[in-house]
Write a protein that binds this ligand. Structure first.
Ligand SMILES: Cc1cc2nc3c(=O)[nH]c(=O)nc-3n(C[C@H](O)[C@H](O)[C@H](O)COP(=O)(O)O)c2cc1C
Length: 186
């Protein structure tokens, strides 16, 4: 079977190290895994009045995201931490996918990575996600952790991940997440 992952980047900027991290992961997937990076920059701000149970009543960009997430076997998130927490745009996307009978994140395997220009490697963002995963009954995959600090030293100017140790840990993460998903399906 082909294992489909949806990638979410917590950073919307063009030169984002976190989007580059997802792109690096996409280029080193196990042969039976595919990864599509979902857009979250065109979602409206979460508004429960627009979050209708009938799919057709939701904003079109929300419907698109929910369908992408529903079809995925797992979610791979790469995000910076903003002010010691989850960036608002990413949390907004999570909120849009969290409600209703057909909430696509419920029981979904999820793995985290993060890149930062500073020293702590997004650890506080990753910790901030734990209660979110818990409330949504998601299935977090923990090890190995991918905490990319001092990103300036690990990517080249074209946004390519050049650091060998970081590439190795991402490859291990992807292999392990693949197995975690397969174990959950068995
Ligand atoms: C609004 C904002 C808040 C930030 N807060 C933190 C923080 O709490 N901890 C940290 O290590 N870096 C913080 N940073 C720096 C980011 O880690 C850095 O800009 C990183 O490269 C952003 O990820 P990106 O390259 O994927 O856009 C912050 C940056 C922004 C723009």
């Amino acid at each position: 079977m082909n294992i489909q992952l949806v990638g979410l980047s917590g950073s919307l900027r063009k030169g984002s190290y976190n989007t580059a991290l997802l792109q690096a992961a996409a280029a080193m997937l196990p042969p039976d895994v595919s990864l599509t990076i979902a857009a979250i920059d065109d979602l409206p701000l979460y508004n429960a009045d627009l979050d209708k149970p009938a799919v057709a009543d939701r904003p079109a960009t929300v419907v698109r995201l929910r369908e992408q997430l529903a079809a995925a076997h797992g979610i791979l998130i790469a995000s910076p931490e903003y002010n010691y927490g989850i960036p608002g745009g990413l949390k907004n996307a999570i909120d849009w996918a969290s409600r209703g009978e057909d909430a696509p994140l419920r029981h979904k395997p999820v793995a985290l990575m993060g890149a930062t220009i500073s020293l702590w490697g997004t650890v506080r963002m990753q910790l901030s996600f734990l209660p979110v995963f818990q409330y949504l009954s998601m299935k977090p995959h923990y090890q190995p952790e991918v905490l990319v600090n001092e990103a300036v030293k690990k990517f080249d100017k074209g946004g390519n991940l050049t650091d060998v140790a970081t590439r190795e840990i991402i490859a291990k993460k992807l292999q392990s997440f693949r197995q975690f998903i397969l174990d959950g399906l068995a």
